[in-house]
Design a protein around this ligand. Sequence first.
Ligand code: DX5
Ligand code: ZN
Length: 216
Amino acid sequence: MKRVAPSLLAADFCHLHRDLVMINESQADWLHLDVMDGVFVPNISFGFPVLEHVAKVCTKPLDVHLMIVEPQKFIPEVKALGAHVMNVHYEACMHLDRTVHAIKQQDMLAGVTLNPHTSVSFLDDILPELDLVLLMSVNPGFGGQTFIENTYRRIDQLRNLIEKRNSKALIQVDGGVTDENAAKLYATGADVLVAGSYVFKSSDPKNAILRLKTIS
Ligand code: DX5
Ligand code: ZN
């Protein structure tokens, strides 16, 4: 099944309510929320005071992507939002196994995110525990960047590893997703596509979401 998670980072923050209603009315599967701390990534986005309001309006499952150091400290806050998925970066977790189990104990899907330079093979031992692997297809920190073509190779490697380890993990791809690469991403093995600029900079965002969901 093709899933689409629009990224709120590209929304118009002066019209956040309008953009959230658009998401609610769209075919989006999840709403992707990018939290940045200015340390793990060279940018700061929004934090929990904003997300508490987003969670009140949004009727879609929330997919929280933490681009922060020590993400395990914020498991209670993410849980309090009612999040469906909590994504932590492999590069930010000293004790990934402990963090993954703590997320699952809170009845959230545990996602692990890999930067473009981090080999998917590092997940070999933990894959059976994971609900989702998020492959960054740009360097994290900013919307509107160019898709890194090597991502297809990484999806292929991860798909093979998931089968080998008999894991149920979904493959999510984040960064530079458009209607020009979506079909190939799904065909290569992606289950969930995150799209910020492509959706929110479109003149018809709802239709852009539908296009990503139905593309072949
Ligand atoms: C980047 C974020 C992405 C971002 C994607 O660090 O993780 O979710 O919003 O934006 P686009 O789709 O514009 O590349
Ligand atoms: Zn993201």
